[in-house]
Design a protein around this ligand. Structure first.
Ligand SMILES: CC(C)(COP(=O)(O)OP(=O)(O)OC[C@H]1O[C@@H](n2cnc3c(N)ncnc32)[C@H](O)[C@@H]1OP(=O)(O)O)[C@@H](O)C(=O)NCCC(=O)NCCS
Length: 214
């Protein structure tokens, strides 16, 4: 991967209208380097094995699971958490991070990079423990992470696929500048329901300037 030295990157201006949170970056030097984005609403950081109790507490929730793909287990067991940490440990490039609020990991955010002809695109995903919904946290997290993903991985396109019923997630994406490009009819089956998939995307050339301050 192309190393990235944030210290030498120009700090982009924050658009007044977007109202992003105050986010500072501590270290991004390569795709295996720790990520730390500290904001007023939440911190985005690497997962740690000692997050397991809070991961289990927040992830083992039907209301969370029903909005995510089949890759997210339910019930979310201790073994699932261990598998998650093992998966993260063997990643060549770090692509998933914890969302920390109140000094605990209360959710996750990350991306799956495309392969082959799709290697400059990635699908983003995020989830938050139900206790923390409705406070603007997912919006703050995604808004902070998007410019970093685009820059760190030299991506040109970020995409998100949302089940038809998940209006909260659609709002998050829209507030972060994603555009709904398509509705894939009856494209997924979740929780016993056939559902449309709403495809949202953000192109690097349309991304808001980074809210990150060096
Ligand atoms: C989707 C999710 C991440 C949103 O997190 P959040 O921190 O509560 O989101 P925010 O508070 O930043 O923003 C939510 C927005 O949706 C709106 N919203 C919430 N529920 C809504 C509903 N039922 N209908 C319409 N809008 C709704 C909120 O009002 C807010 O918009 P606003 O700021 O314009 O008022 C969270 O609900 C979650 O983790 N759900 C389960 C997993 C999931 O859905 N992940 C995304 C998969 S695509």
């Amino acid at each position: 991967m192309i190393p990235f030295d944030n210290a030498s990157a120009p700090a982009a201006a924050t658009p007044a209208s977007a109202g992003p949170p105050d986010i500072r970056i501590s270290s991004i030097q390569s795709t295996r380097m720790p990520l730390l984005l500290v904001g007023d609403d939440c911190t985005i950081r690497d997962w740690r094995r000692d997050d397991k109790p809070s991961l289990l507490h927040h992830a083992n929730n039907h209301a969370v699971w029903r909005n995510l793909t089949h890759l997210f287990p339910h019930p979310y067991t201790d073994a699932d958490a261990e598998r998650w940490f093992d998966f993260l440990a063997q990643q060549d490039e770090v692509t998933h991070w914890a969302i920390e609020v109140d000094d605990q990991a209360v959710g996750g955010i990350g991306m799956i990079r495309g392969e082959g002809i799709y290697h400059l695109s990635a699908e983003v995903g995020y989830w938050l423990g139900e206790d923390y919904w409705g406070r603007g946290i997912a919006t703050a997290a995604l808004r902070a992470l998007v410019p970093e993903l685009l820059r760190r991985y030299r991506l040109i396109r970020l995409e998100a696929n949302v089940f038809a019923w998940n209006t909260a997630s659609m709002r998050v994406l829209e507030k972060c500048g994603f555009v709904r490009e398509a509705i894939l009819r009856s494209a997924a089956v979740k929780d016993g329901h056939i559902t449309d998939l709403h495809v949202y995307a953000m192109l690097a050339q349309h991304a808001a300037p980074s809210p990150v301050k060096s």
